[in-house]
Design a protein around this ligand. Structure first.
Ligand code: ATP
Ligand code: LTN
Length: 343
């Protein structure tokens, strides 16, 4: 009888790009919430390899990183028995729906995207059309599955709003088709900052190694990075993002890593020196990342198991995506071929 409840579990979808290893920011902003949400959601988690192509990739490296990112998802606690884990390029409907949705997206909307503006500046020699239409592919990822909630870091909020706008526009023209997705952006870890330049987000691609903590860093490296984290000379612990961004970032990371609020972090550290804040933050992060590293090293060597998980995930995702494609094509007026239209 409990099965009726299961059927109405809200749908959650999220993805990460196989562009190098994940950072602590990816974990606290996104993956830690995926793990929690799979317990009471119908969850799909995707290695978005097509998105990664907007920046030039080495074929051998990309192939390897897709698999190792999937291993890292599992090492973080994504359970393939509970969640559908798959690779974006294994489900052709993502690219197909992205084309259809691009005809419902205005140039002006895409021109406003801050990630496009940033990345276009950083990769001046390759400002390709895919980089520009990147958010449309992301909208397709989400809308294909009738997604209710999308757990992401703060930096993806604008892309989520675009996905909502495109879905609403389509629904207004053709009748209710897409679910309107809600962003799920946590309070604590949604904006982990660079340890060397704490006004910028912690990024996989930051120049300085000291700037980012990678999920697979060992305890020694993590301690070193936090000890060298940039703070200020005010010698006073406060939550003041504009005045003391480095200190605020450490408080935020400690809170997210220990499941405590900013108020609790302040109460815990307010009479202490920066040294203690740095060391305790490093210790809290090490406690989370050590077991992840251990599981990753086991999983990443078992490639046949990983492929099994990804193949089963792709089969499930393809089946679900197909239902939405048929509905969308029919609404738009694209003639449905009998083989495709099984319903
Ligand atoms: P890059 O840093 O190279 O631009 P990325 O890490 O943002 O890439 P993804 O791997 O696709 O790209 O990100 C996966 C998830 O991690 C997204 O939900 C993103 O919002 C989140 N995320 C990324 N960086 C941070 C951060 N510093 N703080 C919180 N969440 C983050
Ligand atoms: N754009 C995201 C990655 C991403 C994503 C998605 C996240 C692609 N498709 C769908 C959530 C839902 C990024 O750059 N971090």
């Amino acid at each position: 009888m409990g099965s009726r409840e299961e059927k109405v579990r809200p749908i959650v979808f999220s993805g990460a790009q196989p562009t190098g290893q994940l950072t602590l920011g990816n974990y606290l902003g996104a993956l830690s919430h995926w793990v929690a949400m799979q317990e009471d959601h119908d969850a799909l988690f995707c290695v978005v390899d097509l998105h990664a192509l907007t920046i030039r990739q080495e074929p051998e490296v990309l192939r390897e990183q897709v698999l190792s990112l999937a291993a890292l998802f599992l090492a973080c606690g994504i359970d393939p028995e509970k969640s559908t884990v798959f690779v974006q390029s294994h489900v052709p409907a993502h690219a197909e729906l992205a084309w259809l949705l691009s005809t419902f997206t205005q140039m002006g909307e895409l021109e406003r995207m801050t990630q496009f503006k940033d990345k276009a500046l950083r990769h001046r020699q390759n400002v390709n059309a895919g980089l520009f239409t990147y958010p449309v592919l992301m909208a397709a990822d989400i809308l294909l599955y009738g997604t209710h909630r999308v757990p992401v870091g703060e930096d993806q909020k604008q892309h989520l709003e675009l996905a909502r706008d495109v879905a609403l526009r389509f629904n207004n023209l053709y009748g209710p088709t897409f679910e309107i997705p809600e962003p799920f952006i946590s309070k604590g870890g949604a904006r982990v900052k660079d340890l060397q330049e704490p006004t910028k987000k912690m990024s996989k691609t930051a120049e300085s190694e000291l700037a980012r903590v990678m999920l697979l860093d060992d305890a020694q490296a993590i301690m070193k990075k936090f000890k060298k984290a940039v703070t200020d000379s005010l010698a006073h612990i406060a939550d003041d993002e504009s005045g003391q961004p480095g200190v605020t970032n450490l408080l935020n990371i400690w809170g997210a890593a220990t499941g405590r609020s900013m108020e609790e972090a302040l109460a815990h550290f307010s009479h202490n020196q920066y040294g203690k804040l740095k060391v305790e933050t490093a210790e809290a992060v090490i406690a989370i990342l050590e077991p992840i590293g251990r599981r990753y090293r086991e999983l990443n060597t078992d490639r046949s198991y990983l492929w099994e998980v990804l193949q089963a995930g792709a089969a499930k995702a393809r089946e679900r995506a197909e239902g939405m494609m048929v509905r969308v094509m029919d609404r738009i007026g694209l003639p449905l071929e009998r083989q495709r239209f099984r319903g």
